[in-house]
Design a protein around this ligand. Structure first.
Ligand SMILES: *[C@@H]1O[C@H](CO)[C@@H](O)[C@H](O)[C@H]1NC(C)=O
Ligand SMILES: *[C@@H]1O[C@H](CO)[C@@H](O)[C@H](O)[C@H]1NC(C)=O
Ligand SMILES: *[C@@H]1O[C@H](CO)[C@@H](O)[C@H](O)[C@H]1NC(C)=O
Length: 410
């Protein structure tokens, strides 16, 4: 009898012990889960936004006609094809704040006009602009919607230093530096300023990613071709890339590599990750930088020159390339590929050629004949610009554009 009681007591104690352990473990897990949740807040926020606003029409993933008769390997071929097709997307990001909406929509329109491959737009904008972006793009014809999807994001900064980042340069300009951290699942991205016009298919600049060697992480064009009128080499009070610096208005990034790389820098002896480097860099140079995040990129690639692929000036053609005479050799030969109307030249009278191209694309309506409704009016208005240096090079502005139009119309 006594023995039995003892056994029962042991059993009781043992069960109690188990229960206690179970609840302790439960508590520990719940704590762990909540800290992980905190850490992933950025991720989750992004996912939420993406789910709400993504207009993924999915056309490209659908079975294409023409696969009947291949019954045998049908499924395998389909899978292969859809993987391949997914790879063909070009991912294009823009940060649009304040009164830049019309300009941004014109840029996106130019991207759609000549591209034959599908595009994913990542639009970062202040909350109050989201609805009008969405409704403007929804109003584009169905035919055009087959070619793209878009996701709209709020402007976000790391919590600790949000204020400081927002006031750097223009309110939203430094958002671009955080794209590799916000778009964690995106491998590569073409970032462009809002004052950009594509005169050539987006997939052609996207293809430069495959020219990267194993140390390249990003690609940009030089800030100047002509050091005598260069800004960085004459005025900068911080390190910059190469002879004249780089311009960040058109920037191709392999973000997988940006996230994985360790960067040499002039703050610590140890190389730092992208996200570790940004704040110390801003702190060190904030009193010396003039052009905001472009200056920070110049400092970063000054210390890591092997990581930058420099593409020629016709991929980021600005007034500086013609204002005192033509100095972009590659554009002389092949025409302008991407036009960058910086310093407001799409909207004022300082460089009428830039404005003429902008207005021709802005006025063109999807579905109209591009030769009649885009090229011809543009050539007419270019004839009135020959009193300027850039006007005398106006044939460079239409050279590639003509080819792009021919290749989509015929
Ligand atoms: C900022 O500019 C000043 C004046 O040119 C220079 O003395 C100083 O070293 C610069 N600061 C940094 C961090 O380079
Ligand atoms: C970007 O770099 C990663 C890692 O090297 C590579 O796997 C990926 O294919 C690259 N992306 C493109 C578009 O080249
Ligand atoms: C990649 O090219 C850059 C020049 O753009 C060069 O400095 C670097 O050494 C190259 N990297 C490799 C691994 O060849």
């Amino acid at each position: 009898m006594k023995q039995k009681c003892k056994m029962r007591c042991y059993l009781h104690a043992f069960l109690l012990c188990m229960l206690f352990t179970f609840f302790s473990l439960l508590y520990v897990f719940s704590q762990l889960a909540s800290t992980l949740e905190d850490r992933d807040e950025w991720d989750l926020r992004e996912q939420g936004v993406a789910d709400k606003s993504s207009h993924d029409k999915g056309h490209f993933l659908r079975k294409r006609p023409g696969s009947t008769g291949l019954r045998h390997h049908g499924e395998e071929l389909d899978r292969e094809r859809s993987v391949k097709v997914v790879d063909e997307w070009s991912h294009l990001a823009v940060v649009a704040c304040g009164p830049r909406q019309e300009e941004t929509l014109t840029m996106l329109k130019s991207a759609l006009l000549f591209s034959k491959k599908p595009l994913h737009f990542y639009i970062f904008a202040e909350d109050e602009l989201h609805d009008s972006f969405r409704s403007a793009m929804d109003s584009w014809p169905q035919m055009v919607h087959m070619k793209f999807k878009f996701t709209i994001f709020p402007i976000t900064f790391p919590k600790e230093n949000a204020k400081e980042w927002k006031k750097l340069f223009k309110p939203c300009a430094s958002q671009r530096l955080f794209l590799p951290l916000i778009l964690k699942n995106v491998d590569s991205l073409l970032y462009v300023d809002t004052d950009i016009l594509f005169l050539q298919p987006v997939e052609d600049i996207w293809a430069l990613l495959s020219h990267f060697n194993s140390s390249h992480l990003a690609a940009m064009a030089p800030e100047h071709e002509e050091p005598r009128i260069g800004w960085y080499n004459r005025f900068a009070r911080h390190p910059f890339y190469g002879r004249t610096g780089v311009n960040s208005g058109v920037m191709l990034m392999n973000m997988t590599r940006l996230r994985e790389n360790f960067f040499k820098n002039d703050m610590t002896a140890v190389p730092l990750r992208w996200e570790e480097m940004l704040m110390p860099l801003l702190q060190k140079y904030k009193l010396n930088i003039t052009w905001g995040d472009q200056d920070l990129l110049n400092i970063i690639f000054h210390h890591n020159p092997e990581s930058l692929y420099v593409f020629p000036c016709q991929w980021n053609y600005r007034p500086d390339h013609c204002i005192y005479g033509s100095n972009c050799q590659q554009a002389e030969q092949e025409g302008v590929f991407i036009l960058h109307g910086n310093r407001g030249v799409f909207h004022d009278d300082k460089q009428p050629v830039f404005r003429a191209v902008y207005e021709a694309i802005q006025k063109y309506q999807f579905g109209e004949n591009m030769e009649k409704s885009l090229l011809q009016p543009l050539e007419t208005s270019l004839q009135t610009t020959t009193h300027t240096y850039c006007g005398r090079s106006s044939h460079l502005f239409t050279k590639r554009l003509k080819q792009s139009i021919m290749s989509v119309q015929h």
